[in-house]
Design a protein around this ligand. Sequence first.
Ligand code: AMP
Length: 460
Amino acid sequence: MFHDECAVFGIWGDIEAARMTYLGLYAQQHRGQESSGIVTLRSRTPASHLVHKGLGLVGDVFSEEILRGLDGAAAIGHNRYSTTGENLIANAQPLTANLQSGPIAIAHNGNIVNAKSLRESLIAKGAIFHGSNDTEVVLHLLSRNSKNDLVACLKDISLELEGAYSFVILSHNKLVAMRDPYGFRPLVLGRRGPSLVLASETCAFDLIGAEFVREIAPGEIFWVDDQGEYSEKLPKKVEKTAHCVFEHVYFARPDSTVFGRSVYEARKAMGRELARENPTAADIVVPVPDSGVPAALGYSAESGLPFELGIIRNHYIGRTFIQPSQSIRSFGVKIKLNPQAQILAGKRVVVIDDSLVRGTTSQKIIHLIRQAGAREVHFRLASPPTIGSCFYGVDTPKRSQLIAATKSIDEIRSYIGADTLGYLSHDGLMRAVGADHGGGFCAACFTGRYPTDLYGLDRE
Ligand code: AMP
């Protein structure tokens, strides 16, 4: 099972394309920390690509010298986080190949759910795969398509792909953006002077001073070349979009606008809904930083209870979730979060986090909050119980490891050691993300209802 929490970026028509891409990836580091890569289109004939990829954070993978070497006025980039252990550099993106038509590079956010069967049939026909990720399938499908127009090929292969894809693709003469008809993952279009930019999130545009133009629509293929900009619809239609609600709950940066709604506002609204649904007699509202902060502000505003930063976070370590083993993950909570006794001692505390997955983090935090002298701990989650794995590009553990999939609310409460436990309802979440004003969301992680066929992927 491959998990691809990723960031994509693309730029066309900027002599500093690699540097802009570096910054765009830097702003989107939260979407993936395992590997990072940039491909540029060299501005000489014959057209060729320059590639640099490495394992680690954007700031570690690229140096001034490397960026200077990546010349060209167009580029794409990718940050990747994956849980598959082996052959990491072969899976680092953008993936590149030389097709009959010339060089191609592809950066993918999302997960193609029928990749396994596509891969098996390609291997049976003689294809050789380098890595174990789902994106390589796309390169093989492209290489086998006999049409010599990239956009026509991509439209053809979109009929074979099922699942989540926000692609940014660089060929020998164009930059392409293509988003699956469900619109699972975000993909936005911006402008920076004469150059055109693409990114997973708008926070990338803020950093490089680009202006947000619009989303790449679900089911849209958009491209730019030296002649102009074009947009067409992919041939495959679906009844309803399925925007990933978890982007709003946790994944996206709060300073981004995702699916037309400010992530910060959505999270605050989740906190307000949560306070309405789960009022609590308490003295203070304390977020689990940073993921619980906007929701805790909303909870505090709605309930009238004072907001306090009762837990201070050390910012110089990664998210505890993104660690290789259970033992390190548990240790991570202690080095990352420090509850403040001077704020918590003797208090009845409402603690707000965005989501509860395995329950490991919450259990540790509650223990530390009690050690700091809190009298009561009321744990509140700004999303519903997580009961389903994600097959569309968010890294969630297997269903059997999701505490809410196997335990009742009271059993979870007792496991994490809270006095009371409350979750936001599904309806409350949908109101907060603005789903009642149209716009279909995928909430499979909270409902277990998947918008596509899963092609035999293991739900357990
Ligand atoms: P857990 O200890 O497994 O219950 O993890 C819960 C914590 O992980 C919460 O603080 C969430 O903010 C965070 N979290 C939830 N989903 C993810 C994810 N897909 N990737 C990284 N962190 C996550």
